[in-house]
Design a protein around this ligand. Sequence first.
Ligand code: ZN
Length: 92
Amino acid sequence: MRSRIGKLVESGGELYLTCEEVIGFLLEYLDHELEPEEERNFERHLAICPSCVAYLATYRESIRLARGAEAAAPVPEPAPELVRAILAARGR
Ligand SMILES: [Zn+2]
C-alpha cells in the first residue's frame, strides 16, 4: 500500500513531512491508522518541530476533555481556524 502522505521535504539527506501533512494526518496518527512507515515519518517530524509537538499536545488534550465530558460525543474535528493560524504563522 502506497503512503497517502505525498509531501516530503529533504533536509540534511533525510526526508521529512511538512507541517501541513502532519496536521492533516493528526487524527489518523492518534488513532494509529497510519502505515508504520508513515508513523515513522510523523515521529521524525515531531522530533524536529516544536510547533507541531505543541499542536499535537493541544489536540490530544481537547480530545481527552471532550471524551471525558461526554463519553458518547463524536471525536472532534481539529478547529479549522487553529489549523489556518498555524499554517499562516509558518509562512505557508
Ligand atoms: Zn511541523
